[in-house]
Structures are given as structure tokens and as C-alpha cells.
Design a protein around this ligand. Structure first.
Ligand code: MLT
Length: 311
């Protein structure tokens, strides 16, 4: 039961701005989703949601910051699939995926794209695979650190073609994209919420999407399955969490704001333009918790099979 002060706090909530931590750099895919969502949640909350970018260690630094924050509803987390992969990649990611948070709900699902700098020689996915096999010591693969979505996808791709590439870690794929545009790195697997505009502008080369079906906004890109990678499918689901112990009336308000945000036509339009699917029906604590419970063992198995030890 809530103490009197807990009940009073919940009744007044929110009476000032809410801090939403994105555990990656500004200007990247998670940040893009977060800033649109923050805007879309504002009318329900009557307060500003301020995005704080706290990148590093594949998202685990920002995520654990929220796990340790005061559970008063003013610190929340917007993170993605990496929330569940880090559990198998780090001996101590700084949080427990099952017990450190109050789940608020699922948010969006985002396909990934395999891309390269615009002057990279291969012109299609088959040529890319051949090229990587022949030039594996010369090619650099950018990612947002161990535990990031780009790390997961890069690992799946390296496994699928049997080639280990030199990886270059960043605090987010926002800065990684800048280096790809500047031709300082060669290849990346990154979400359409970051890559769509560059693919359309022709400033990067794109080879394939990782969703089961083609992405309507990028209709010319084959799926990995069409390209012959039978089991290669990954969607970058995003979720919202509050620290464990956040009072229920507060998490309920956050959930109501999340659901209203996901139903906002402007948010939906922006997400559709970036190839993302809005997970309106799964914007519940139960659906997010179930997702985490299913995903932690699934990816744990992949890393185990790949011989990747937690660090
Ligand atoms: C980001 O926002 O930088 C990304 O989500 C990084 C990633 O997970 O690859």
C-alpha cells in the first residue's frame, strides 16, 4: 500500500518535467523515436518530457543509470532489444532485466538495414558477401558497442557468412553514421529510423532489410530471407521502463501517456515514414515483461552458439 506521502506524490504527478534517458547518442535511431514520443506524450502528462542522451557500453550505462534512479516517475528509460541482449553479453550490465524496472509498455518495432559507405565496391547483397569474404582484414564494421542493436545484427551477419570483421564501436549509430557518410568506416547494420533518409538520398549504399517482409518505405531492398539467409530476421522492438518501486498510480499515468502518444497521428506518420511499426496493442506492462522474458534466453542462446562469452 502507498504511504500517505506516496499517495500524495502520485496524485500530484507529474508536477515538473520528466527525464527520459536514451542510452545512446543524440541524432541516432533511438533518439529519433524518443524525441517524437516525448512530444506525443506531453499533452497527456501536461509536462515536458526531456530526452537525456547517455551513451556508452552498448546502452548499459544509460540503462543502469535509470535502474538506480529515484523511483518517483521523473526518471524513465527508452531502450530497445539491447535491454535483453546485454544480459548475456555482460557479466554485470549494471541492472537485472527481469527485476530492476517497472515495465511501462512496448513502443515500436524497427527493421534494420545492411548498409555501406556510398563508394563501397559491392552493389548488391551477394556481391557484398563475396567482397567481405575476400577482404575481411580490410573491412571495418561500425556498431554502437557490445549490446547495441547494431552489434546484434552485425554478429548475426558475421555468423551467417562465417567472417569475423574488425568492429569499430561508437556511443550510438548517430556518430557511426557520420563516419560512414565521411567514409571513415565501411559497413554497418543499423535501424531504418536512422538510415532511411540517407538510403533515399543515395549518400549510403543499402543491401537488404532484416524484417520478414519488405519495408514499404524502402521497397527496392530485398529481405535477408529473399537474399538466401533463411533464418535471418530481427526486429528492433523498443520499450519504456521506470525504476523498480515506482508507485503504481505513477506507472499507470506513464502508461496512459505512452498509449496516447502511440495513437497520436503525427507520431504515427513520423514512424511510418521511418519504416517503424507502432506497437499500439502491446503498449502494456504485461506485454513488455513477457517480451523481455522471451528475448533474454533467445539471444543468450545465439551468443552461446556463436562462442561469445560475457565480458
Ligand atoms: C542508437 O540509438 O544509437 C542505436 O539504437 C544504437 C544501436 O543499438 O545500434
Amino acid at each position: 500500500a502507498l504511504s500517505y506521502t506516496g499517495a500524495a506524490l502520485a496524485a500530484a504527478y507529474p508536477d515538473h518535467a520528466i527525464n527520459m534517458v536514451v542510452p545512446f547518442s543524440a541524432g541516432g535511431p533511438t533518439d529519433n523515436v524518443a524525441r517524437s514520443l516525448a512530444e506525443a506524450m506531453r499533452p497527456t502528462l501536461g509536462q515536458t518530457v526531456v530526452v537525456e542522451n547517455k551513451g556508452g557500453a552498448g546502452g548499459t550505462i544509460g540503462t543502469s543509470q535509470v535502474a538506480r534512479a529515484k523511483p518517483d516517475g521523473y526518471s524513465i528509460l527508452l531502450m530497445h532489444i539491447g535491454f535483453s541482449t546485454a544480459a548475456s553479453l555482460y557479466k554485470d550490465p549494471g541492472y537485472n532485466a527481469f527485476t530492476s524496472f517497472e515495465p511501462i509498455g512496448l513502443v515500436v518495432d524497427v527493421p534494420m538495414t545492411i548498409i555501406a559507405r556510398s563508394d563501397f565496391p559491392p552493389n548488391n547483397i551477394q556481391e557484398l558477401v563475396e567482397y567481405l569474404k575476400k577482404n575481411k582484414d580490410k573491412v571495418s564494421l561500425a556498431n554502437a558497442g557490445i549490446g547495441a542493436a547494431s552489434h546484434l545484427c552485425g554478429t548475426m551477419f558475421s555468423n551467417a557468412i562465417g567472417v569475423d570483421l574488425l568492429t569499430v564501436p561508437y556511443k550510438g549509430t548517430g556518430p557511426a553514421m557520420n563516419d560512414l557518410l565521411g567514409k571513415q568506416v565501411d559497413v554497418m547494420c543499423d535501424q531504418t529510423t536512422n538510415t532511411t533518409q540517407h538510403i533515399k538520398a543515395g549518400t549510403v549504399k543499402a543491401y537488404a532489410v532484416t524484417s520478414k517482409a519488405r519495408v514499404p518505405t524502402l521497397p527496392d531492398l530485398p529481405t535477408m530471407q529473399e537474399a538466401g539467409f533463411k533464418d535471418f530476421e530481427v526486429g528492433i522492438w523498443h520499450g519504456m521502463w521506470a525504476p523498480k518501486g515506482t508507485p503504481k498510480p505513477v506507472t499507470e499515468k506513464l502508461n496512459a501517456a505512452l498509449r496516447a502518444g502511440l495513437n497520436d497521428p503525427e507520431f504515427q506518420k513520423r514512424m511510418a515514414g521511418l519504416g517503424a511499426t507502432v506497437l499500439t496493442a502491446d503498449a502494456t506492462p504485461e506485454a513488455l515483461q513477457k517480451k523481455v522474458e522471451q528475448q533474454v534466453p533467445q539471444w543468450g542462446e545465439l551468443f552461446k552458439k556463436s562462442g561469445i562469452q560475457p565480458q
